[in-house]
Design a protein around this ligand. Structure first.
Ligand SMILES: O=P(O)(O)O[C@@H]1C[C@H](O)[C@@H](CO)O1
Ligand SMILES: Nc1nc2[nH]cnc2c(=O)[nH]1
Length: 274
């Protein structure tokens, strides 16, 4: 579905009409990670269905609420649930909330997700700081007329994830004494999990984690010049030579169980940026 050019400004105006907080940070909470929002001192809360042009969350483990408030004293806007291409939303719709949060004032983005771990050292519950991404969705939210007011027609993607944010997140994991990996996130269309042959291919392509989100959001964020921290939680181990079955519920449960690690890393980065 094509969105009107004014869609993200309309949604931002509806939010501003009820809340005058200017968020510096935008945070997208992935599958099972919604409870991180319990740590936000909330000023205003919006159901996605009440915001103009906003899609509705249909994915398991995604509450479908936008919160404005403070985390670690910093003004934040938090998506408790996101939109995925496999739900039937267009790339523009999956990325639209990023533009809304940018229009509200956010200049840094934290994206979190649940992902399959491809690196043999990974265990369920381990976080991975995303260093780069591979777009295997073969779709792009910037297709169509470019909004020059937002960003360039041909955005640079040489460093989509901010290395300084990543280092701070890894340092928080060291302080917390829990394992933390760094690697490349492969964005898949879903909703099927991968076959053994596909996991094998992803390893050969240089991916360390496979998921079904994040890539369109990060493209939209980089287009708008936002600095990005990305963290995956490994929810299933993808060993092509000994692959067990994976279910959506198992993924959500594994992500929820690891949410305290995510919280430690995300808050450390927000704190350090002052
Ligand atoms: O929103 P995220 O990327 O955390 O959701 C992942 C991808 C699918 O929605 C689901 C598959 O298990 O988890
Ligand atoms: N594509 C994909 N998405 C996931 N989300 C959680 N685990 C996985 C996985 O193994 N593959």
């Amino acid at each position: 579905m094509t969105l009107p050019a004014s869609a993200y400004q309309d949604a931002a105006a509806a939010i501003r009409a009820r809340c005058d907080l200017t968020p510096r940070w935008a945070i997208v909470l992935g599958s099972g990670l919604g409870p991180l929002a319990d740590h936000v001192e909330v000023s205003a809360e919006f159901a996605y269905e009440d915001l103009p042009h906003f899609p509705r969350s249909t994915a398991v483990g995604h509450a479908g609420r936008l919160l404005l408030g403070r985390l670690e004293g910093q003004a934040v806007v938090v998506m408790q649930g996101r939109f995925h291409l496999y739900e039937g939303w267009s790339p523009q719709q999956t990325a639209m909330p990023i533009r809304v949060m940018h229009a509200l004032g956010a200049r840094s983005l934290v994206v979190t997700n649940a992902a399959g771990g491809l690196n043999p050292q990974m265990q369920v519950g381990d976080p991975m700081v995303i260093t780069d991404q591979i777009n295997l969705m073969f779709q792009n939210p910037l297709i169509g007329p470019n909004d020059d007011a937002l960003g360039p027609r041909f955005p640079d993607m040489s460093q989509p994830y901010d290395p300084a944010y990543g280092e701070t997140a890894k340092a928080a994991a060291r302080r917390g004494d829990f394992a933390c990996h760094a690697g490349v996130y492969a964005g898949m269309l879903g909703p099927t999990y991968e076959t053994r042959a596909e996991y094998r291919m992803l390893r050969r392509l240089g991916a360390s984690a496979a998921g079904m989100s994040t890539v369109p959001e990060v493209i939209a964020a980089r287009h708008a010049g936002m600095r990005v921290l990305g963290i995956s939680t490994v929810t299933n181990v993808c060993n092509p030579d000994a692959l067990g079955e994976t279910s959506g519920q198992e993924v959500v449960d594994a992500a929820s169980n690891a949410s305290s690690k995510l919280l430690a890393m995300v808050t450390a980065v927000i704190r350090s940026a002052g």
